[in-house]
Design a protein around this ligand. Structure first.
Ligand code: CAA
Length: 256
């Protein structure tokens, strides 16, 4: 197994563990990632998922290039669809995901990080979608998720030049939420702690509403927001949150 799934308190931790190949994504590893995300979706005691790479050199160097050679076109297409489908599971996961980018995040590795809800990067992390250098284009969501994160013009340049984006630039353009100087795992757990104490269904409604902003008209997005904010209002947690405000105490949410 090249994917390890563990728990640290109420946080699930998925580690890509193939450091000898810079955690490159074979098709088998893609399937393992999908199964691990399915397993996290079935937990009822987990409030966030952290994804990182083993070692301190790479988060993930992308699709396994050695596996990509000499394939039939139909297999290449199915491979792209597999990668897209496995990463899309993160969108549907009931809890938010945080990529801890501990080194190189190239190609499919950058695409996995971009499919997470949040990204924290160590100061030596380097991002890139270098597929053009291989005569390819990104296939696991990069052409769609990068422009949503950094805007079309920047995404176009990064994809068409295949250039490296270092951690400080990634933070400046909004590709990562923040760069971490110290211990990345500690920072990731602290980051998760900033939202995991709130009501899980409410956090999920907020994620769903924000996700729609990238792929719908303003009018439809506002309707989704009105519907989901009404759903949130119907939960006991909304009553508890507002009562706690009035009573000047900390809210005790029960996820319902
Ligand atoms: N696939 C398969 N093996 C890979 C790999 C990859 N993407 N990236 C690195 N490796 C392997 C290397 O072949 C090497 O193995 P060997 O020791 O058996 O030769 C080992 O990992 C260490 O790599 P390097 O010796 O190259 O390490 P480096 O420090 O000199 O360079 C690097 C690091 C700059 C990240 C370099 O490895 C590199 O450029 N890797 C490829 C990055 C890339 O092009 N990614 C995109 C892949 S295509 C894709 O992802 C398509 C998509 O959209 C899904």
């Amino acid at each position: 197994m090249h994917v390890e799934l563990t728990k640290q308190g109420d946080i699930a931790l998925l580690t890509l563990n193939r450091p000898e190949a810079l955690n490159a994504l074979s098709f088998d590893i893609l399937q393992q990632i999908g199964s691990a995300i399915d397993e996290v979706a079935s937990y009822n005691d987990v409030r966030a998922l952290i994804i990182t790479g083993a070692g301190d050199k790479a988060f993930c160097a992308g699709a396994d290039i050695k596996e990509l050679r000499n394939r039939r076109l139909i297999d290449q297409k199915r491979g792209a669809e597999l990668g897209q489908a496995m990463f899309a599971k993160l969108d549907r996961l009931p809890v938010a995901s945080i990529a801890l980018v501990n080194g190189y995040a190239f190609g499919g590795g950058a695409e996995l990080a971009m499919a997470c809800t949040f990204r924290l990067a160590s100061s030596h992390a380097v991002f890139g979608l270098p597929e053009v250098k291989l005569g390819l284009i990104p296939g696991y969501g990069g052409t769609q998720r990068l422009p949503r994160l950094v805007g079309e013009s920047r995404a176009m340049e990064i994809i068409m030049t295949g250039r490296n984006v270092k951690a400080d630039e990634a933070e400046r353009i909004g590709l990562v939420n923040r760069v971490v100087e110290g211990d990345l795992m500690e920072a990731g757990l602290e980051f998760a702690g900033k939202f995991t104490r709130y009501s899980l269904p409410v956090l999920e409604f907020a994620r769903r509403a924000v996700q729609r902003a990238g792929d719908t008209s303003l009018q439809e997005g506002l309707q989704v927001e009105a519907d989901l904010s009404t759903l949130a209002y119907r939960l006991n947690d909304a009553e508890e949150g507002m009562a706690a405000f009035e009573e000047k105490r900390r809210a005790e949410f029960k996820d319902g």
